[in-house]
Design a protein around this ligand. Structure first.
Ligand SMILES: O=C(O)CCC(=O)C(=O)O
Length: 194
């Protein structure tokens, strides 16, 4: 049954990868070039996402996902998760104090978005409503390191998600300082924007 404390369509899978795999993934990611076009550093694989145009176009195809991500992509094809292998991956790096502003992933991406947290926990904030004076519905969820967040249905398409830009998070009644967090957000691109 859906937990009313979380948006419908959201599931969180703690310890989705082992600590040894977390270290291996971080080493592979840090061995690849980072792009610095945003406040935070990113790496794009599969398809480049144009943040200004908020689009993925046919010419933005970058090639297959990197070898270090393929075992994850295969696991994500599980019908309980994405139901097919993702073909797009954005790696985001957040140093303490960095976050991501609220957004809903663009419809150019497929119906399921997943995000794997490495290195540090953080709180993700979900909000809905607020247009034309309606009340804002807000929920907060702790994403532990090595957990997999899955967003589908209303959680993917109706709720905005954000990571507040701050140095620490309230977790289990105490303030936990953040460390460097690296997230792997896997998506599908059914048809690129023209
Ligand atoms: O860091 C995350 O877990 C979420 C990243 C995200 O929302 C995005 O890249 O659009």
């Amino acid at each position: 049954m859906h937990d009313v404390a979380t948006p419908e369509g959201l599931s969180l899978h703690p310890e989705w990868i082992a600590a040894v795999d977390e270290t291996r993934l971080l080493d592979a990611i840090d061995g690849a070039p980072w792009q610095g076009e945003l406040k935070r550093r990113v790496q794009h694989y599969g398809w480049r996402y144009d943040y200004k145009a908020r689009a993925v176009r046919a010419q933005d195809y970058l090639g297959p996902l990197p070898a270090w991500s393929l075992a994850l992509a295969r696991r994500l094809a599980d019908p309980e998760l994405m139901g097919r292998e993702p073909d797009q991956l954005i790696v985001n790096e957040y140093t303490p104090g960095q976050g991501i502003s609220q957004h809903v992933d663009r419809p150019v991406f497929g119906p399921v978005i997943v995000s794997l947290s490495l290195g540090s926990a953080c709180v993700m904030k979900f909000t809905r409503g607020g247009a034309r004076g309606s009340a804002v519905d807000a929920r907060e969820l702790v994403l532990p390191r090595r957990s997999l967040l899955v967003l589908r249905g209303p959680a993917r398409s109706d709720w905005r998600h954000a990571i507040p830009a701050r140095q620490g998070d309230p977790i289990d009644g105490r303030r936990v300082p953040r460390a460097r967090r690296v997230s792997l957000t896997f998506r599908t691109v059914p048809t690129p924007t023209r």
